[in-house]
Write a protein that binds this ligand. Structure first.
Ligand SMILES: Cc1cc2nc3c(=O)[nH]c(=O)nc-3n(C[C@H](O)[C@H](O)[C@H](O)COP(=O)(O)O)c2cc1C
Length: 362
């Protein structure tokens, strides 16, 4: 199941990739303005590589604990791994203590990312109760020292990913960006929600557009970019320098190609067929198999990706039940082949993305 893409699919991908336009944020070069957002337990090296192969202009790792890094925890160290074929990847670290963060950033740099990113958006209680993630937004006075301490030992650029603020009454992204700018941060990705909002409501694009229009730093806008059409529309008139896409890429791995300017695509349509998506599943399996050392982990990873990839086709609930009954990877692969190939040239329609996965670390 680990074949390369067929010549036909590769040609289709290459045709769409012609619309990619490189851009530079600070000193970091990306191959397109559509970037993969960091997602914990998802954005490991195999998945990031796949997304780059399918047009993502750059990627960011899942959040990685600074404490786990300095303690050289085995599982944490594995998260720092970058595949030699990845070209535009940032490693994201999280934590509250500037000295430990500085040490962790320096270790992360040793894995040769294009940049190191600080997670300042995670809303999860376990992280914010210790002062990390979005809790960092609550005390902007501490940020100058926080950034400069982490920055000191780095030769690669340092970026941050934030939310708009802690809550509706404390929207302070502008203030955080100004401090970041004076401390040599390279660019800022903003998820357009507050911490207390978690994943409720909608990303506040009016706010993102207004702060991007006179920001001292390049801004990457993020939140609710669910369809190729929506991304194209946003890209055509945004003040943001780049856009970041998270959840939508799980259900439509071609979104970085479909969202490029000038692709002809209808609202909520996925341009590629079930057969194409099956090829993507096979490729992901190949990448994961080389990276994961236990079959159980491979099984769990493949199962979740296959369920996301199947969204929008018919008979998905039956497929999901079958996947959960399967106890070994061979059965999972056979069930998937039957499912995707039985859909043939069908194109999927994803209508309910806004309610998809309302939880995460940023
Ligand atoms: C499952 C999941 C895990 C996430 N993990 C992270 C993370 O590790 N670091 C981070 O900065 N943001 C994380 N996020 C937030 C995303 O990067 C992104 O900001 C958010 O999902 C909004 O973008 P979207 O609407 O395109 O998904 C996560 C989101 C989800 C759904």
């Amino acid at each position: 199941m680990k074949d390369l893409f067929s010549a036909k699919l590769q040609a289709k991908i290459d045709r769409l990739k012609k619309n990619k336009k490189p851009l530079t944020l600070g000193q970091v070069h990306f191959s397109s303005p559509l970037l993969l957002a960091p997602m914990s337990s998802i954005c490991n090296a195999p998945f990031r590589l796949l997304m780059e192969e399918l047009g993502a202009g750059g990627t960011v790792s899942e959040l990685i604990s600074c404490h786990g890094i300095v303690r050289k925890n085995e599982k944490t160290m594995k998260m720092l791994y970058i595949d030699p074929k990845e070209t535009n990847v940032g490693l994201q670290i999280f934590g509250e203590d500037e000295n430990i963060m500085a040490e962790a950033a320096s270790v992360a740099q040793g894995f040769a990312p294009k940049f190191v990113d600080i997670n300042m958006g995670c809303p999860v209680r376990k992280v914010v109760s210790k002062g990390g993630g979005s809790a960092l937004l609550k005390e902007p006075k501490k940020l100058s020292s926080f950034f400069s301490t982490i920055r000191k030992n780095l030769t690669v650029p340092l970026s941050i990913k934030i939310r708009t603020g802690w809550d509706e009454d404390n929207i302070n992204a502008q203030e955080v960006i100004n401090i970041a700018s004076s401390e040599g941060i390279e660019f800022v990705a903003i998820h357009g929600r507050t911490r207390t909002q978690a994943y409720k409501g909608h990303a506040n694009w009016n706010y993102l557009e207004s702060i991007s229009s006179n920001s001292p730093l390049p801004i990457i806008g993020n939140g609710d970019l669910h369809h190729g059409k929506k991304i194209q529309e946003r890209l055509s008139h945004t003040n943001c320098d780049a856009l970041m896409i998270g959840r939508a890429a799980l259900r439509n791995p071609f979104i970085f190609l479909e969202g490029l300017p000038d692709q002809s695509i209808e609202k909520d349509q996925v341009f590629f067929t079930a057969e194409d998506i099956y090829e993507v599943a096979k490729r992901l399996y190949g990448h994961l198999e080389a990276y994961v050392d236990r079959e159980k982990v491979l099984l769990v990873q493949m199962r979740k990706h296959l369920i996301w990839l199947a969204a929008g086709f018919t008979n998905v609930s039956h497929f999901r039940d079958e996947l959960f009954r399967a106890t070994n990877i061979e059965d999972v692969l056979k069930i998937s082949e039957d499912f995707f190939l039985s859909q043939g040239k069908a194109q999927k329609h994803i209508k309910d993305s806004e309610n998809f996965m309302r939880g995460g670390h940023g």
